[in-house]
Design a protein around this ligand. Structure first.
Ligand SMILES: Cc1cc2nc3c(=O)[nH]c(=O)nc-3n(C[C@H](O)[C@H](O)[C@H](O)COP(=O)(O)OP(=O)(O)OC[C@H]3O[C@@H](n4cnc5c(N)ncnc54)[C@H](O)[C@@H]3O)c2cc1C
Length: 449
């Protein structure tokens, strides 16, 4: 029996074991299907704290998961019976004096960065969910409302501090540990080391932008999705949109996003979008950039259970694909099952630096989510998500976006990282030969793997 207090005498942060009342609150994964119970959860305050936990794990045959915002679709930031490093107490965000870079603690959430940068008229590209963790987001790529106009979150990373599984503290950037730095951008989630600090460059953002959500009844979905595809082909990269088929206000199709530029030009694009049919909801208007980043905060339900499958499309959304998706959706086993069509392309295709993100030439990330709250619906939702993916497989390029990690994709780096996958595996072996870290490359076995 391990005495955790005496095991971590030099650890300066908070520590929780199953005997502590608040322990279960730190075991919560966004995907409620994954119920995890680690042996001990530690909140480090410094790189030395992180190193001491990794060395303890190495010497005592424990594995370690790293937890930032907890939004992993496969709960890879948690585990059963091993150690968790929860980075939330290392979450400072500080702007450089010249206001060109920010240094972010690995435990920060997306909106905590916007809270600082937008005061200076700056931003880094983030995702559409304000409470996703910055480490998970960046280390898997990072697609959001600025992607088409300026690129991915990871494209703005210019430096990182990493504690290796052997307890070494590394500075990674263009000039130092460059290959590791390159692979961190897109393939870094819990694979090579624990990131404690991230440094980003930023872009200027307009004070206000035009954007929001426009929704129509599901009956109009075929036409709306076809118009969505056509508009994105023709519109400038400043226009960034996502599409959803779901049941937020009854069965419906939603197009949302923003125009990163003059709001009066943005309004013209959203006027075109609203002309596509009789809308059932429309809150598109001029907002502050910070508000639009949080526009869908209230639609996030607490701990749904889901199987999130995704695939990449390199072409347009053909009418056959749209028809196949909508027929599948009409047979969804629960009202919560949904289809997400996220746009990429534009500036994502032209990164200034190399990274492990493997989807530069794709146009959309298509997600099929079997979602349930009642366990009696679980098997049907899993079947529905898998069968729908099989039906649309001919339209996909065979790769998978790691930020929407697929529980059936364990130990399959080519699917996540394409031709870089081999190098990612070699780096994992070089950095973590004992497999101490649990990450998206080697998640814990689950019912799906
Ligand atoms: C509701 C929702 C909305 C989303 N929206 C978007 C979106 O718009 N765009 C997009 O690109 N993605 C999006 N995602 C996916 C999200 O970016 C990924 O799931 C991301 O990995 C979550 O990061 P996290 O820190 O919140 O999660 P966690 O579960 O804490 O971590 C995720 C992974 O990163 C690893 N990790 C975390 N911190 C560190 C660290 N410091 N060092 C090393 N490894 C670390 C963990 O070990 C784990 O494997 C969304 C997910 C959800 C559930």
């Amino acid at each position: 029996m391990i005495n955790w207090e005496t095991s971590f005498v030099s650890f300066s942060g908070r520590m929780y074991t199953p005997n502590d009342e608040s322990f279960s609150s730190f075991c919560k994964a966004f995907n409620g299907n994954f119920k995890k119970r680690p042996a001990c959860i530690l909140f480090p305050k410094s790189e030395n704290d992180v190193a001491s936990v990794l060395l303890f794990a190495k010497n005592n045959n424990f594995k370690v998961s790293v937890h930032n915002g907890g939004h992993s679709t496969i709960a890879s930031g948690l585990n059963n019976n091993h150690l968790v490093l929860n980075m939330r107490d290392m979450a400072g965000v500080s702007m450089s004096e010249d206001q060109n870079t920010i240094v972010v603690g690995a435990g920060a959430l997306a909106h905590e960065i916007d809270d600082v940068t937008t005061k200076f008229g700056k931003a880094i590209p983030l995702g559409d969910c304000p409470v996703v963790g910055i480490s998970g987001l960046t280390l898997g790529g990072g697609i959001g409302f600025l992607s088409r106009s300026v690129g991915l979150t990871c494209d703005y990373l210019i430096g990182a501090k990493v504690v290796t599984p052997t307890g070494e503290i590394l500075t990674c950037n263009k000039n130092s540990n460059n290959e590791l730095f390159t692979l961190l951008k897109g393939a870094g989630q819990g694979n090579f080391g624990v990131v404690t600090e991230l440094t980003f460059t930023m872009v200027d953002i307009p004070t206000t932008v035009y954007g929001g959500n426009i929704c129509w009844h599901l009956d109009d979905a075929k036409e709306i999705l076809s118009n969505y595809d056509q508009l994105l082909k023709e519109a400038p990269n400043e226009l960034n949109l996502y599409a959803r088929v779901n049941e937020e206000m009854g069965p419906m199709v939603k197009v949302y996003g923003m125009y990163n530029g003059d709001p009066s030009i943005g309004k013209q694009y959203f006027d075109t979008i609203r002309s596509w049919g009789e809308t059932i909801f429309d809150n598109a208007k001029e907002y502050s950039y910070q508000t639009i980043q949080k526009i869908n905060e209230t639609t996030i339900v607490d701990s749904p259970c889901f199987l999130w499958k995704n695939g990449l499309i390199d072409e347009t959304l053909s009418s056959e694909l749209i028809q196949t998706l909508l027929s599948a959706y009409s047979n969804r086993p629960t009202p919560y099952c949904r289809l997400n069509i996220d746009t990429i392309g534009g500036a994502v295709q032209k990164p200034k630096e190399l990274s492990a993100f493997a989807h530069r030439n794709s146009t959309y990330v298509l997600s099929v989510m079997g979602v349930w709250f009642d366990v009696k619906d679980k098997n049907e939702c899993i079947r529905w998500a898998k069968e729908t993916m099989t039906e649309i497989e001919p339209y996909l390029n065979g790769k998978i976006y790691v930020n929407y990690a697929d529980p059936e994709c364990a130990n399959n780096p080519e699917k996540y990282y394409g031709s870089t996958g081999k190098r990612v595996l070699e780096m994992k072996q070089q950095m973590d030969s004992k497999g101490i870290l649990i990450g998206t490359l080697n998640p814990e076995r689950s019912e799906f793997s």
